[in-house]
Design a protein. Structure first.
Length: 217
């Protein structure tokens, strides 16, 4: 029997790798957008992480006709009123690199001692009909005055996690996944993924009925 496919709605290979490792024990084939041809970009104009995660997941599911898992994550810095928030990936502009975003964050916090921050993650798992499941988690830390570490992506070199005495970029993927916002949300998904597979099967059967795909046993 062929395993069902779940599409991770990202072209970010680092993010995709983090998600894949949590679901390797289950009978499901994990793909991401790099496994498909060009598809339209999703306009992430939601006001919250949840709105954007669902928008990405449902759009991808409808376009590809497959269940899709999307993550919308971001950094919220207390001293900046919660910025960059939902604009984390585009903080320094629409085509900003991770280095550009980190540099802007350091400029905004220059001379400030109140550097508390948290990462937030919302996971949305949607099917082509629009139904979805949601998971969420956060991770508290501080923003350093200079980057440290070569691993990870995004703001990882600046985000210092006190319990490990390391930035996310100084951790291995396994270390980071055990404590990060995305890791905790993915652990919740992992812990009930047997039920999720049943849910996906039921949604697939409903989609077949809506299309009139009747099969006689």
């Amino acid at each position: 029997m062929v395993n069902p496919i779940l599409v991770v709605a990202t072209r970010n290979r680092g993010k995709s790798a983090e998600i894949r490792q949590f679901l390797t024990d289950f009978p499901i084939e994990i793909k991401d957008l790099n496994d498909f041809g060009p598809i339209p970009e999703v306009h992430e104009d939601g006001r919250t992480f949840e709105e954007n995660a669902y928008k990405k997941a449902s759009f991808t599911a409808k376009v590809l006709g497959l269940p899709a898992l999307a993550d919308d994550s971001g950094l919220e810095v207390a001293a900046l009123g919660g910025e960059p928030g939902v604009h984390s990936a585009r903080y320094a502009g629409p085509n900003a690199t991770d280095s550009d975003n980190n540099a802007k964050l350091l400029r905004e916090l220059a001379g400030r001692t109140d550097r508390e921050a948290r990462f937030c993650c919302i996971l949305s798992l949607a099917v082509p009909t629009g139904a979805a499941l949601t998971y969420e988690a956060t991770c508290e830390g501080i923003i350093l005055e200079a980057p440290r570490g070569k691993n990870g992506f995004g703001y990882d070199p600046l985000f210092f996690f006190h319990p490990k005495n390391k930035t996310f970029a100084e951790m291995s993927l396994e270390e980071k996944s055990a404590v990060s916002h995305r890791g905790k949300a993915l652990q919740e998904l992992h812990d009930e993924f047997d039920k999720v597979l049943v849910w996906l099967k039921k949604r697939h059967e409903e989609e077949r009925l809506l299309r009139g795909d009747f099969i006689c046993d």
